[in-house]
Design a protein around this ligand. Sequence first.
Ligand code: ADP
Ligand code: MG
Length: 625
Amino acid sequence: MTKIKQLPESVANQISAGEVVERPASVVKELLENSIDAGSKNILIEIEEGGREKIRVKDDGSGIPADEMELAFSRYATSKIEEINDLYSIKTLGFRGEALASISSVSNVVIKSRTAGELQGIKMELKGGSVLGQVPVGIPAGTDIEVTGLFYNTPARYKYLKKVNTEFAHISKIVTREALAYPDIKFTLIHNHKEVYKTPGTGKLIDAVYTLYGSEIASNLTPIDYEDRYIRLTGLIGNQTISRSSRIYEVFFVNKRVVNSRTLSQGVEEAYHGVLPARKYPVVFLNVVLNQILIDVNVHPTKREVKFSRDGIIKDVLKKGISKTLQTKDLIPKIKKKHLSPKKERLSLINDNKLKQGIEDSESKEYQENFKGDFIRNNYKEKTADMPPRLNKYRKQTAVKENLKLCKVSEEKDSLENNKPFNKNIDKDNNNDLVINNFLGQLYNTYLVTEGSDGLIIIDQHNAHERILYEKIRNKFADEQINTQALLLPVRIDFTAEEIELVKKYLTDLKRLGFNIDFFGGNSILVQGVPSFLKNRPIKVIVEEIVDSILKKGKTGNKSDLLDQVIKYMSCRGAIKAGKHLAEKEIDELIKGLIKASNPYRCPHGRPIIVNISLDDIKRGLGRK
Ligand code: ADP
Ligand code: MG
């Protein structure tokens, strides 16, 4: 048996350092927190190679007295708390006295620091936690700490470092969040000698948001200031026009500490329920100020998670405060959905442009509404007697139009009957057993009713097209690249520094998917071209959502899963929508495409594409069986 031995201190430090120092971003976070705690007004963060080469944080804060320098790097040395009771009234970001010890145990550190009261500063060098030497230096008051060779002595951890862009994205996220929490401090972030951003330090959150997230987000935010049961909420919340498909734009500060919290997310999301589309998350930058006694910060070594002793109350206050702000600021659109959608549907039933024009020309809005409403109700039941004469004219035209449509359908039916069913018309290279003999009609501008080998087959036009596009894009993507259609007007999109890194990282893949992207300086891109099937779609939203989904999945999932997910999303966005009237040619292509598909039964997201009403069911229903 091996004897029990005490581990050398540097080894002990390394073991628990894993909790604090996971990756370069954790170093940046700890150093930033120290600079903030020191009352700095300017903080410079200089990174090389995603932090693998160098992390430097320079501040103009209080500085470390020369005679305490060495102590600052020993474990559990802190100036921030003295006894256990202080833990309940923590006002500073740090308090464990672990960070400098942990960081220096896995890297080389050069620190220079001077307090305002000292004439000269001190420079100290450490390697793997051991002090190599100290010399006096002349520097401005503040602290300048440089960490190089991170994890040089812990190869296992070094191996787990991700690519430069990934590590830098983590760093940028940390700096962004601290810059939002402290808008009165000027943060300058530099990567590989290039300035990524510099916050203005005006003390106004909106100014920081503008710098970090761009004008689109900044101009769709409204201030919140709400207090209830000793909990105060301040900050900025997004209106219903901006939303994201992940929680990454839900940013919370509890007593100025950046935190993640399910309780807070839930409160916010409940308030936005019904305001944003399903599965969309709001953009909020929310400061929650409450009595320290209600929080337990000491739960997680990285201090990111908070636990509240009164979860329910805090959630409730958030929900109320945000709902109230959304309502009083008139951020919820007045038009009720109920009003809007039937009107849209009605219009889409009337396909003839001239006819539409006629309606628009008619004097009375009321007439229009009556007419359109009646058109729906009387589509199959002529009831013209009580209609105003002028409208009768349109009624007749409409009826003729409908007849024409029916004729055409029956023409097609004839030709199909004369020839062969759809299946035999095309060289089917897949073994699916879908048989469609005849197209019968489009129902509610959404479903294609067809005759199958056994009864009716009803096809959902959107789901079907989504499946066809998905298979097409996948096949094309596998061999070459998807055709790009240049946009007449390029679309500019502002991203965060973290997102822009992802765009850079996935640029080749995005190109192969048909997106032609130029960088526009700062964190903006110009989309110059898109896959042709997306050209009339909301490009900005689509690209943002693709980046969002990469951001969400990119860290955990593997790349081919991720790209598959993006292709599914693109197929859904590019597919014909429900409620759209289709021309014969489109219907023909759709049905042929579906018959050819390797799986004509489910859309790539798993929703059914067709329902079959068997001949037996029809017979039974009509009393023939
Ligand atoms: P903690 O922040 O938990 O106290 P650290 O290991 O991060 O522990 O820092 C140890 C001590 O070093 C701090 O308590 C503080 O007194 C001093 N210190 C560290 N960084 C700075 C800085 N940038 N400016 C002034 N003092 C600092
Ligand atoms: Mg600290």
